[in-house]
Design a protein. Sequence first.
Length: 518
Amino acid sequence: MGLIFGDWRVEVALFSSAILFYVYFKLSALFRYFEEKNIPHKKGKFLIGTILEQASLKKSLGLSIDSHYWEIKNEKLFGIYLGISPFIVVKDPEYIQRVLISDFEYFHDRNFLIDEETNPLEAHLFFLNGNRWRLLRHALSPIFTSGKLRYMYPEMKKCSDLLMKHLDKVVDGKDVDMKDIFGRFATDVIASTAFGIEPESIVNPDNKFRQMGKKFFKPSYYIYFLVFLRFSFPKLLMKLKIKTVPEDIDDFFTNLFLDVLEHRRKSGVARKDFIQLLLQLKEKGAVTVDTKEIEQNENIEKMDNESSEKIEITDLLLAAQSFVFLLAGFETTSDCLNYVAFLLSKNKKVQDKAREEVIKIKQKYGEFSYEAVKEMTYLENVIHETTRVFPPVPMLNRMCTKDYTFPDGTLLEKGSNIIIPIYSIQRDPDYYPQPDLFDPDRFNQHNSKATWLPFGDGPRNCIGKRFAMVEVKTALATILEKYYLEESKLTKYPLEFAPTMPLTPVHPLWIKIAKINS
């Protein structure tokens, strides 16, 4: 076949141009998605999308969405582009309640794709979808009843006692950045309950468990880029077969878990922790729950009694569940404690009221038992208000699993991506008058109606919510009993946040800690 234009270089150039034009045309068509559906939206830039701050790794996705939330204030939902992927931001509480609770059957998945061969530690409750998620959630739910939490509480209490002993030695009224100390406490709780070891990070911060955890969570542009790919180009991330958990970290936590599991099997040693309950799940097919362990307001996921469906419980699957315990509790718990201490240092009346409750209940029970900590309702309000102002994760994501129509007629096709902007909703004066005011009393009779979502809501809420709440309350109660928290002049304002998924401050939140004179 002869050359049409007589010069092969011209033909190659023309052919390449045609391909590039076709690709550009197809990709540009993606950015007409919301326009064709008549959905209010922010226009996207080619390949980058709408959220430029997140694409340029300057802000987290949750905070990047915040400015658009206020620009499109009077709409129930609006559209954005992450890379070339369209996402619908649902901001109306009634619509959010539909997505998370009443119409959950249409939105039970997250828009995450995982490659278990490349990343076996990603096969956990947060990332799994469909029937595997449903079966695993059902299997794990009995582990998180109040009865099982009471069962694990002594291990948690040991960690808070160690925290107190350490503070007694190092606190002298000077300015302190508590983030690292709270991080060591959170590490010890996770190590003890989820991995069955006691590294005592509070007094030995250089232990390998702590260092490996810090290494995994250390901010880096590579991690930010992976988060961007996970949301914006999930299929590309799958095809590239990128190890999202570095090899050395994967090996360390997997081998640690498997070694402890094998030791428990061979020795018959039992311990009151998460790993013991996982072992029971593996060997007996279920975690036994006494009806006395379930409180009146607890909802344990129910399934059709006639169904014989079971998820295959492998040791690697259990290792992934312990790893997600680390993911969920390492940064978020230490950040939450850090924010509570910071806000209490700035609000003396709130701090005094919380301390009064702590001391009164301690006198009633004689110790900080599970029952005592559970009774501290004002302290719980303090945590609720803190997580309103500084939610651990500033957004939720869901995927539409079958066609769905909102009351206003907006049609979501199967596969549509949903974002719920927690950070913005929880600072909206329509739902929280004077949102910048730190007021725990607003939760005395607060009916959230999908406006307080730090742990999500509905069947796919955070399964470890009660565990996290008791952990944070235990640490705070032991601190408030013995110490005053005072505001420091060293904290930099306005606060800046790292472009990570957990809402983590860039600069230290300094406070002064002084012992209460007996």
